[in-house]
Design a protein around this ligand. Structure first.
Ligand SMILES: [Zn+2]
Length: 339
């Protein structure tokens, strides 16, 4: 039986200062990105569940003209229409706005490295059964290489794969990391390396073939290897909030980026199908931050210095812990062992 850990202290003002300072501008950037993808991409239908291939589903939510449905067999949530694989890959490779909006921000990158990536690294180290002598780690879709930087500074030999050339340049400049511009599939075809840990932090929800990613991962891992996965939680307070405010979504249930959201059931299904066993889950998220943002957007007045805002900011972590304790946090982080 897998263990479950709940909650994490987080100061969102340090991580998301750029967002809180101007939410409307941020939503504008998301809409701009959506238009850019619309210009280069072609929409196709997704007829079946990405995880279990079931064609049975029911309506889940509508966001920006995309319908999310819930798989009747494994409760995976996915968009019924999406852009083609080649459009998605081109978008992530070339789009500077996407790279900046998500991670490549000089004001927040050190906080992200020390307070977001480092705890995930520690979570892995604390929960694997002994440190392997080879210490080889592969971080797939590594963004600006914050986790890669933490692992390498801690004596691991960590390779970071990333598509975005903007994020790769940013990582070299800020963290002095040499990321590899490649998909997992291409890397596996070219390299004979085997790894002790392979991580996917916010990656599988972007790709059209999550099961194939996990199958390749199984092959690339040594006998006692682990996979670390972070995916958006479909059954979270952020999802439920965005379901009632679909016109101001700018993260999480954002259909251009996240063509699927996982449930614990669908994630376990994916792991079981590909030869993994969950060891430990860590439930934490940004749902209290999401609710504050949506209330801020609803108000026509600037609310940043109001009593409401000050009280909410003070209680943010405590409110979040209630959601985390009930597995309603907007992300699922899972460490699973190869079997
Ligand atoms: Zn399914």
């Amino acid at each position: 039986m897998a263990r479950h850990i709940f909650g994490k202290e987080l100061d969102v003002t340090k991580l998301k200062s750029n967002v809180l300072s101007d939410l409307n501008k941020h939503i504008g950037k998301i809409h701009f990105m959506m238009d850019e993808l619309k210009n280069i991409g072609k929409i196709v239908t997704q007829p079946k569940c990405f995880i279990c291939n079931s064609t049975k589903s029911s309506h889940f939510s509508n966001v920006y003209g995309f319908e999310y449905v819930e798989c009747s067999d494994c409760s995976h949530v996915y968009t019924q229409t999406r852009y083609r694989d080649e459009d998605i890959i081109e978008f992530y490779t070339e789009n500077a706005t996407y790279s900046q909006v998500t991670y490549a921000n000089k004001e927040t990158c050190n906080y992200r490295r020390d307070c977001v990536a480092k705890p995930k690294f520690d979570f892995v180290i604390d929960n694997i059964s002994g440190i392997p002598s080879t210490k080889k780690w592969l971080d797939v879709g590594c963004g600006i290489g914050d986790l890669v930087s933490v692992a390498n500074d801690s004596g691991w030999d960590c390779t970071g794969l990333e598509l975005s050339r903007h994020s790769i340049a940013f990582s070299k400049e800020i963290f002095n990391q040499n990321l590899v511009q490649s998909t997992l599939e291409d890397h596996a075809a070219k390299s004979n390396d085997r790894y002790d840990i392979i991580s996917f932090i916010g990656v599988l929800e972007h790709v059209i073939n999550p099961i194939k990613h996990l199958e390749i991962t199984h092959e690339l891992l040594g006998q006692d290897g682990y996979v670390l996965i972070q995916v958006p939680n479909a059954l979270s307070m952020s999802t439920f909030t965005q379901d009632i405010f679909p016109n101001t979504v700018f993260r999480h249930m954002s259909p251009v980026e996240h063509i699927m959201l996982f449930s614990q059931t669908s994630l376990e299904k994916a792991l079981t199908l590909t030869g993994f066993e969950p060891v430990v889950y860590w439930w934490h998220g940004l749902d209290s931050y999401e609710i504050l943002n949506q209330i801020t957007l609803l108000s026509k007045e600037e609310i940043h210095n109001t009593k409401f805002n000050n009280a909410w900011m003070k209680l943010m972590s405590e409110i979040q812990l209630v959601f985390d304790n009930n597995k309603l946090s907007d992300r699922i982080l899972c460490l699973a062992k190869k079997i």
